[in-house]
Design a protein around this ligand. Structure first.
Ligand SMILES: NC(=O)c1ccc[n+]([C@@H]2O[C@H](COP(=O)([O-])OP(=O)(O)OC[C@H]3O[C@@H](n4cnc5c(N)ncnc54)[C@H](O)[C@@H]3O)[C@@H](O)[C@H]2O)c1
Length: 287
């Protein structure tokens, strides 16, 4: 996905310089086959100065087979602390995209550690869950996934929910559709299902991240479910969760407020309480 020539320069930073160098070489070779003049290099944090967009993905590795995203919180908070203040200092006007899990908790930490306005910090959130859901719906309904307006919202984790009361294709709503309920149940575990088979997930999240970068780079104003600082919607504040948001050159240009059903609104508040607890727990562990 990094092959699309949407920038003049791409810098890869990693704790392992060799890994960054290897990726930069491989991507540079591949870019010969694209209509690209983007330079791709491994660099130090200082090389990132003046970046327009920063994609943050470093992570500790899971330590047990049946891991949950939340297990990574403490270790990854430390990685954020090690990188983000300096990255923000070097690129004070950048839009930051957070991929590192647990992504909602990390997006919140990223806003704190960079001091960026929340509009310029975007977590990939449930975008990847939503494309998984749309992919299943598309296969079942035999309708192109582009034409299926369906969002998974809330937490990028076990408590996420499908906002089926506002989901539709061709103007037909999904409310109380048995198919939608069944496919949502499948969606929640799909990330872990892919992980169990191949040891990581990459294509879906890479293209999801590129969709966000595209919308920033070209000021496309696409709407997508991403993790944002919630702005009082349904009484929820001071926590990052996924809502449909409009993304442009300045980052989040607007957060949308879909008319959720009572059940969905409860699920959203449940996600808020859970992510809030995780943020508090992390704050207690890492000083
Ligand atoms: N939000 C989503 O939808 C989504 C989807 C897939 C993966 N993820 C998350 O993205 C993260 C990365 O996943 P991955 O599969 O690429 O993991 P990975 O283990 O393959 O890569 C992690 C990278 O981080 C680097 N790293 C580790 N510690 C570092 C440090 N202190 N400073 C700089 N670099 C450091 C490692 O060298 C490695 O290259 C994980 O947290 C994963 O859970 C999120």
């Amino acid at each position: 996905a990094t092959m699309e020539p949407i920038a003049s320069e791409l810098w890869l930073l990693n704790r392992s310089v060799e890994k960054a160098e290897g990726d930069a070489m491989d991507l540079t070779h591949a870019s010969v086959l694209r209509n690209s003049n983007m330079t791709i290099q491994a660099g130090t944090i200082e090389d990132s100065a003046g970046s327009d967009v920063i994609v943050f993905t470093p992570s500790v590795s899971p330590t047990r087979a049946d891991w949950k995203r939340s297990d990574l919180a403490i270790g990854n908070r430390e990685i954020l602390e090690g990188w983000l203040p300096r990255l923000a200092e070097l690129s004070p006007n950048a839009v930051l995209i957070v991929v590192t899990n647990p992504v909602d908790v990390m997006t919140y930490a990223a806003i704190q550690l960079t001091g960026f306005p929340p509009e310029r910090v975007i977590g990939t959130g449930t975008l990847v869950d939503s494309i998984r859901y749309r992919s299943l719906l598309s296969a079942e309904l035999k309708i192109h996934a582009d034409d299926i307006r369906a969002y998974i919202l809330g937490e990028h984790g076990d408590d996420q929910f499908a906002a089926n009361s506002v989901a539709m294709t061709g103007g037909e709503k999904f409310i109380r559709s048995e198919t939608a309920q069944r496919l949502f149940q499948k969606t929640v575990n799909l990330g872990y299902e892919v992980y169990r088979r191949k040891g990581y997930t990459d294509y879906g999240i890479a293209l999801a991240t590129m969709t966000i970068v595209d919308s920033i780079a070209y000021d496309l104003r696409h709407t997508m479910p991403v993790s944002v600082m919630v702005d009082g919607f349904l009484g929820v504040n001071d926590v990052c969760l996924s809502l449909p948001a409009v993304i442009g050159r300045q980052g989040i240009t607007r957060i949308l407020h879909p008319p959720l059903s009572d059940e969905e609104a409860d699920a959203f508040r449940g996600c808020a309480a859970k992510v809030r607890d995780a943020i508090d727990l992390m704050a207690g562990c890492v000083q």
